[in-house]
Design a protein around this ligand. Structure first.
Ligand code: ZN
Length: 432
């Protein structure tokens, strides 16, 4: 919708808006400006009077909630009916990643370049959030947000990732080394390969950098299985090429779609699997950071809004290997094993499985060897063939490890032993 002379008009509009309260001038600019995607005359008028409100873009979440609550459906529909087509600012086209840069506050992503309209707020994102930028000008940055175009105030954007407040623990911490809480948020980028197959994508993973002297420059993605509210009622495609599953599992063979994230099992003592995988992930994270690995944590709380495909794509693009933590749904205390890539010609010929399946199995073998070395009970040969969504979209070495089942001990001591085993297996994989 770009027209000749658009840049000049946009410049004119911006110039006017830098002066407060020039209502008549703003209206004149509107009449001149013609084409638009979003803005209404009302909104532009409001903006002309509140240009300094960009400062108001960084707000407490509570304020945002309040303004949303007071916005009634009637208001919104009334407003959209009165919309007049007006200019969207000119953007220099770019394609890169930028980061939210505030003093710890959050900032709004909007569907239009207008700070006066609460109904255009798409999200309120924290300091450090990684964003996919498609356009920029002095006032606004255009981004891709959950498959849509969004705008964020340029004043709160940085081109370099900044580390959040670093709290280095004492050298004699329980992990035996200095570990910084330096997490940086990692979001799903809609431009990544296979991003169109992910359905639950609004959550963020967090990347931690090891602060030890012997940093390995290897990033391990630790994926605490399950823990996505609503994930069981959303379906995603099992394979990127749409072919049916070749083995059973949570979803039967022959299925083309499966739960985006299933709920997980419940241990015989009533503990949900998702709680145990979370505890396991947190213990493993500290252990790996202390060993010099960087760690990409998919989930650090009870819920993350990332489905299995989104988790996998984040691992593909921000880590060197992907380890999903699970316990199996049997009650025989059978021991640990990994889900190996099915020995099925069609499946092993489908990309990205074709180019990566040997790495997946090699990582699984290493993890099982590490667990065994630390005295963990291993099931049968240590593997079971399984056609998993995770494997079907993985482009880095990727394993679903089942650390036991419903009858397994999941005390802190047991989880520490498992973490020792997994860390030994990771060392072995990267040493080999
Ligand atoms: Zn599981």
């Amino acid at each position: 919708m770009r027209q000749r002379g658009g840049a000049e008009r946009a410049k004119t509009v911006r110039m006017f808006f830098w002066k407060r309260g020039v209502l008549a001038a703003a209206m004149a600019a509107l009449i001149l400006s013609g084409c638009s995607e979003y803005e209404s005359s009302e909104e532009l008028r409001a903006q002309a009077g509140t240009e300094a409100q960009a400062d108001g873009e960084v707000q407490a979440a509570a304020e945002v909630r309040t303004s949303k609550q007071t916005e009634t459906g009637a208001d919104i529909s009334g407003r959209s009916q009165s919309r007049t087509r007006a200019a969207v600012p000119e953007f220099e086209t770019v394609s890169d990643r930028v980061y939210v840069n505030t003093e710890g506050g959050s900032v709004r992503i909007r569907s239009a370049c207008d700070t006066a309209d609460a109904s255009n707020i798409l999200a309120n994102v924290p300091d450090g959030t990684s964003l996919s930028r498609t356009g920029k000008n002095a006032d606004w940055t255009r981004i891709q947000w959950e498959g849509k175009t969004g705008y964020i105030s340029t004043a709160y954007i940085s081109e370099t990732a900044k580390q959040k407040k670093t709290q280095i623990s004492a050298g004699s911490s329980s992990q035996g080394g200095a570990i910084a809480e330096n997490g940086r948020q990692v979001l799903l980028d809609p431009n990544w390969d296979y991003a169109e197959f992910a359905k639950i994508t609004s959550g963020t993973a967090v990347l931690y950098q090891s602060q030890t002297a012997e940093r390995k420059n290897l990033t391990i993605c630790v994926n605490a299985g399950h823990g996505t509210k609503g994930g069981a009622s959303v379906k995603t495609q099992c394979h990127p090429d749409g072919s049916p599953k070749v083995t059973g599992g949570t979803t039967g063979a022959g299925a083309v779609t499966a739960a985006a994230v299933s709920g997980g099992m419940t241990f015989d003592d009533g503990t949900p699997e998702s709680s145990v995988t979370l505890s396991m992930a947190l213990i493993l994270k500290d252990k790996l950071l202390a060993k010099g690995y960087d760690v990409l944590m998919i989930r650090e709380t009870e819920d993350v809004q990332l489905d299995n495909i989104a988790r996998t794509l984040i691992a593909n693009n921000a880590s060197d290997c992907h380890i999903a933590l699970h316990w199996d749904s049997t009650s025989s205390n059978k021991g640990a094993f990994y889900m190996s890539v099915p020995n099925n010609v069609a499946y092993r010929n489908m990309e990205p499985v074709k180019s990566n399946w040997q790495k997946h199995n090699a990582l699984g073998e290493s993890l099982v060897a590490g667990l065994k070395e630390k005295g963990v009970k291993i099931f049968s040969g240590g593997s079971m063939e399984m056609d998993l969504t995770q494997t079907s979209y993985s482009t880095v070495p990727s394993v679903d490890i089942e650390l036991g089942d419903k009858a397994s001990d999941h005390s802190q001591a047991a989880l520490k032993q498992l973490a020792d085993g997994l860390a030994a297996g990771i060392d072995q994989y990267f040493a080999g």
